[in-house]
Design a protein around this ligand. Structure first.
Ligand SMILES: [Zn+2]
Length: 343
């Protein structure tokens, strides 16, 4: 058997992080993105490996106002040891967009860019494009699967879930749906994205990784349950890939332990605000709604006697996501209504 790579001939991942991803053990490192005249951006990386076998990558903090991912991945990266694994291992990157996380904003304050619209990135682009490039070229090639941990951000809340995509290749869809369900979030949802350009999803899927986008809560906050769902889900995924032993566990949400599968596979599932103003929801997450049912109203600002504008369910189904922040702009999403799925 050929000797494993040693530190003198590390690949791009090893050169950037100082960690040999093939070596068993547990190592913490960082990817430094140099900035002109300032301290570099440092992306923390932890590799925990037992031996030969697949590596699954978990990323958090892609958007800086979504916090379950960073919390859960920092905790697991500290706690997990090679002896807890059966084979292979995991790469944890709890904070892939440190400037946005430090500012608590969706996009980076350094260049105004959305990291999840900047993939596959650019070696000599803006700071955000360079983060994307480093992850694409050095980290993604090592992983068989990527779970990118998001939440609803400041403006929305969602049923804690794993979003997955449907592919032309049925086997590819099956593998993805199986991994989506393995997380055991309160919902797995098959979704048609509004825009796919620049997403880490698209880059990872093109590189052959199984991909799940976790949406773990929202409104710019975390709850004990959403953090618990994130931590439990990460461990469940490691069990699914045969990296950890043991049975999967379903974490509670709203006091219930349940995983359902939903579908929002057409753009008519998205309800957009007809006017700007103050949003008043009539229904909450998980509510069953009929097509055309009033789901909220928007109180316009700036008129003496504003008549509220009723917002209607675009399709029949279950409220998967709703606007959470008090103010809403015209054309912002009021809700996503998803259908129950038998997949
Ligand atoms: Zn996000």
């Amino acid at each position: 058997m050929a000797p494993r790579q040693e530190s003198h001939d590390l690949d791009a991942f090893g050169r950037l992080t100082g960690i040999d991803p093939f070596r068993p053990g547990k190592r913490h490192g960082r990817i430094a993105i140099p900035l002109r005249g300032k301290a570099p951006i440092a992306l923390p990386v932890t590799v925990v490996r037992r031996g030969p076998g697949p590596l699954v990558l978990f990323t958090g903090g892609n958007h800086g106002d979504e916090f379950e991912g960073p919390i859960a991945l920092m905790k697991i990266a500290r706690a997990l040891e090679p002896r807890d694994l059966v084979q292979g291992g995991a790469i944890f990157m709890p904070a892939i967009n440190p400037p946005a996380i430090a500012a608590g904003t969706r996009t980076s304050p350094l260049d105004g860019r959305n990291l999840n619209r900047s993939f596959p990135g650019c070696a000599n682009g803006t700071p955000t494009e360079r983060i994307a490039h480093a992850i694409t070229t050095a980290v993604l090639p090592h992983a068989v699967a990527l779970f990118d941990l998001h939440a609803g951000g400041r403006t929305s809340v969602m049923i804690p879930s794993v979003m997955a995509h449907v592919f032309r290749d049925a086997q590819c869809t099956r593998r993805t749906v199986d991994a989506m369900k393995a997380f055991r979030a309160p919902a797995g949802i098959l979704i048609k994205e509004y825009e796919t350009r620049g997403m880490i999803d698209t880059t990872a899927e093109r590189m052959g990784l199984i991909f799940g986008c976790c949406e773990l809560g929202g409104a710019g906050m975390v709850t004990p349950e959403t953090v618990g769902i994130a931590e439990t889900g990460v461990r469940n995924v490691l069990k699914h890939f045969g990296i950890m032993a043991g049975r999967p566990v379903t974490a509670p949400w709203l006091g219930r332990r349940r995983s359902r599968v939903l579908e929002a596979l057409s753009y008519d599932c998205y309800a957009k605000a007809s006017v700007g103003g103050i949003f008043e929801p009539f229904v909450d997450l998980e509510a069953r709604v009929a097509k055309g049912q009033p789901i909220g109203q928007i109180h316009p600002l700036g008129t003496a006697r504003p008549a509220p504008a009723i917002q209607h369910a675009p399709v029949a189904g279950r409220v998967f996501m709703r606007h959470a922040f008090g103010l809403i702009a015209r054309r912002e999403w009021v809700a996503i209504v998803a259908r129950d799925s038998d997949r």
